[in-house]
Structures are given as structure tokens and as C-alpha cells.
Design a protein around this ligand. Structure first.
Ligand SMILES: [Zn+2]
Length: 98
């Protein structure tokens, strides 16, 4: 199996985003989604691991409740900021999903 270098925080933030995106009062287009994810990721501690792809999901379960709360809090802040300054109109390539 292939060994990869991964930032588990990135996978985890995406996971949490997918869970709570419907409750976030913000545009869900690709541009806004990525802006929110990058905002949150820049404020959270990265957690790099060297692992095989198959083991990554198991490792994601090791994050504790406190970190999950932190991720949700950063995503909520990110949603407010992105909503106030949406960038989706600046790019013509943006997919209009909303
Ligand atoms: Zn948008």
C-alpha cells in the first residue's frame, strides 16, 4: 500500500465541514467553501502523519471532542467572514451551486 504524508487536520476539517455545512449561514460554492476551509486551517494546529491511505480514517478518530469543538468554532467564524466578503463573483470559473 502506498505511504503518504498527510495533514490529518486538513482531512478532519473537511469532515467536520461536511457535517455542519448545512447549518452554516454561508454560500456553498466551491470558492466560498475553500475560503472557509483555508481560514480554519490557518488557525488550527497541523497534524502531519506518515501513513498508508487505508489507515487515515482510523487516525481521524483519534481527534478528541475538544478539537472538534475548536474546528466547529473556526468554521463558524470563517463562514461569517466569507459571507461578509464573498469572492465568488471575482472568478468567472466559479461553479454556481447555490
Ligand atoms: Zn460563493
Amino acid at each position: 500500500m502506498e505511504i503518504v504524508l498527510r495533514n490529518l487536520t486538513e482531512d478532519y476539517v473537511m469532515l467536520v465541514y461536511n457535517e455542519i455545512s448545512s447549518t452554516l449561514d454561508c454560500c456553498k460554492c466551491n470558492q466560498c467553501r475553500l475560503d472557509m476551509l483555508s481560514y480554519a486551517l490557518n488557525r488550527l494546529k497541523p497534524r502531519y502523519v506518515v501513513s498508508s491511505e487505508g489507515e487515515l480514517m482510523t487516525k481521524l478518530c483519534e481527534f478528541d471532542y475538544q478539537f472538534e469543538t475548536q474546528v466547529m468554532s473556526e468554521l463558524t467564524k470563517a463562514a461569517k467572514i466569507v459571507k461578509a466578503n464573498p469572492r465568488h463573483n471575482l472568478s468567472e470559473n466559479t461553479e454556481k451551486e447555490n
